[in-house]
Design a protein around this ligand. Sequence first.
Ligand SMILES: NC(=O)c1ccc[n+]([C@@H]2O[C@H](COP(=O)([O-])OP(=O)(O)OC[C@H]3O[C@@H](n4cnc5c(N)ncnc54)[C@H](O)[C@@H]3O)[C@@H](O)[C@H]2O)c1
Ligand SMILES: O=C(O)C(=O)C[C@]1(C(=O)O)C=C[C@@H](O)C=C1
Length: 302
Amino acid sequence: MTKFDKVVISGVGLIGGSFARALKQAGAVRTVVGLGRSRTSLERARELGIIDAIGDDVAEAVKGADLVLLAAPVAQTGPILSSLLPHLEPHTVVTDAGSTKTDVTEAARKVLGSRISQFVPGHPIAGRETNGPDAAIPDLYRGKKVVLTPVPENSAADVERVAEAWRLCGAIIHRLSPQEHDKVFASVSHLPHLLAFALVDDIARKPHADLLFQYAASGFRDFTRIAGSSPEMWRDISLANQEALLAELDAYMAQLAAVRAQLAAGDGKGLEAVYSNAREARERWIAAIETAEAPPPKDLAE
Ligand SMILES: NC(=O)c1ccc[n+]([C@@H]2O[C@H](COP(=O)([O-])OP(=O)(O)OC[C@H]3O[C@@H](n4cnc5c(N)ncnc54)[C@H](O)[C@@H]3O)[C@@H](O)[C@H]2O)c1
Ligand SMILES: O=C(O)C(=O)C[C@]1(C(=O)O)C=C[C@@H](O)C=C1
């Protein structure tokens, strides 16, 4: 069942590589061509069987492509689209996997002009702290959400084409506006990453850091897992979503100030109320996510 004759991936790391692997596993693509910044990394992707060919020449790479996925750090969106535009055929649908959507859509609009209709912005809500082609796995998106934030100029058919590709990877399609998207993910993704990076950085800079790390255990490991993520990627996400992230950070700092006051006052009842509310909310969230993200059987996604 070949749905896509040729798919081009610009940025063959965890996200782009997993997309290619998933489409290949579903038997849904004939050829995957990789574009990228690092030749070594593209060669590794080819060696791993993630891509079939390295796009040495952009014009040749995008010629006859059904679908192009941008999966590089979000600040690369404009430059990558500029390089693709002169060679982009009218039938080719372009999408992206960037973690922010307002900046990506603005960059795409600026570069593509009237051809913005060919760009359907998207974001898979799945990932890990590892990066590069070696981290790519075919089941990364199985049972996970993909948020599409289409622009008014997109045709229903092009949006459906992108949705279909993600469904073939096992994902479930949701839709938000770019602004709604960026507010939501500032809260539940971008802020936790900033906090994890800041905490580990803070501890690492203490004079007795070695002693502290020697005794840090599973609680610390769980809280800071995401501080193992790509600094370049998270720099771009933080700056791209600066306004919403600052708003979430301010709200969190107010919460910390309130909790600090309870601690300083020895207000055990107050602290326990915060901890209980958090634990209950987390339990409800885990139960809901386990129901919603129960992976569909492989043949249903195909
Ligand atoms: N890691 C996650 O958990 C996650 C989840 C969802 C979405 N995303 C988004 O997906 C995108 C890719 O993230 P990733 O985790 O796969 O990172 P990654 O580091 O594994 O892969 C990114 C790839 O892009 C390449 N690249 C960098 N600049 C480029 C350029 N100018 N042109 C072409 N390729 C370029 C890099 O060489 C690398 O191979 C980012 O926009 C990120 O915000 C990440
Ligand atoms: O699991 C992880 O390591 C992730 O960070 C994945 C995660 C997140 O949940 O925040 C990170 C960035 C994305 O854009 C989507 C998903």
